[in-house]
Design a protein around this ligand. Structure first.
Ligand code: NAP
Length: 247
């Protein structure tokens, strides 16, 4: 392929999303990314990707809105000669609590962002990838979608759903050589885990075989592999990047 690959990453104003963008830029891709509100963080992600040679397209958008997702993809392909080579569905939120304290709006918020947002982006980008007969989709799930976690019934449901969607879409798109895989991070040091109380963090860390949290770059390295030609014979898989937590 003589043109540069284009990767679209959701939720990249910080944390794991930013690390994925920077890693894919280092791998020689141009980067499109979304964020919902953090302008300063988004500008930093753009700067880091540009320092690594990427052309960057930045979209402030709410992925809970299907029309916004469609507009992002329409605009992006108008700028990239109709190509999107990699989609990474990373944007996600938590609204943790014990089940009797989870309000309807906390259930809806995680479903709308983690499940529906991922679905909308996959639906839009699948059309492009089917036409170009190639592509890599990597969905960011979580170990709690594999093993469950007290206090995260709503979040775990959405992350298990992401795995179900990944396997189903892998079956739908295989005939056109499109790979669909998931990465399931364990405990990773980001703003999301900063919010976890210290005693809960200690209890979680004790379940990790390596006895320490991972870094956003650990997830980015796994995503870069699944986004590369080196994973061409892998589809429908869930790669746990968790220091052995879900073993
Ligand atoms: P984070 O630091 O909280 O970052 C979340 C990102 O998602 C931000 O860029 C945020 O944008 C964006 N976002 C949130 N809601 C959005 C929406 N409606 N539309 C568009 N963008 C939205 O989270 P993280 O720790 O990097 O997590 C990234 C992914 O990994 C998530 O799917 C998470 O569930 C998963 N994960 C994380 C861990 C962990 O330990 N950190 C473990 C397992 C799985 P704004 O800043 O602009 O709001």
């Amino acid at each position: 392929m003589d043109r540069k690959k284009v990767a679209l990453v959701t939720g990249a104003s910080r944390g794991i999303g930013r690390a994925i963008c920077v890693k894919l830029a280092k791998c020689g891709m141009d980067i499109a990314f979304t964020y919902s509100s953090d302008e300063e963080g988004a500008a930093k992600t753009k700067e880091l990707c540009e320092e690594n040679g990427a052309v960057v397209y930045m979209y402030r958008a709410d992925i809970r809105n299907s029309e916004s997702c469609a507009e992002i993809v329409k605009d992006l392909v108008s700028k990239t000669d109709k190509h999107i080579d990699v989609l990474v569905n990373n944007a996600g939120i938590t609204r943790d609590n014990l089940i009797m304290r989870i309000k309807d709006e906390d259930l809806d918020a995680v479903i709308d962002t983690n499940l529906k947002g991922t679905f909308y982006m996959m639906r839009e980008v699948s059309r492009i990838m089917l036409r170009q007969r190639s592509g890599k989709i990597v969905n960011i799930s979580s170990v709690v979608g594999v093993m469950g976690n007290a206090g995260q019934v709503n979040y775990a449901a959405t992350k298990a759903a992401v795995i179900g969607m990944t396997k189903s879409l892998a079956r739908e798109l295989a005939s056109r050589h499109i790979n669909v895989n998931a990465v399931a991070p364990g405990v990773i040091q980001t703003k999301m885990t900063d919010a976890i109380p210290e005693d809960v963090k200690e209890q979680l860390t004790s379940q990790i075989l390596f006895k320490e949290a991972g870094k956003p770059e650990d997830i980015a390295n796994a995503v870069a592999f699944l986004a590369s030609d080196e994973s061409n014979y892998i589809t429908g898989q869930v790669l746990c990047v968790d220091g052995g937590m879900a073993l």
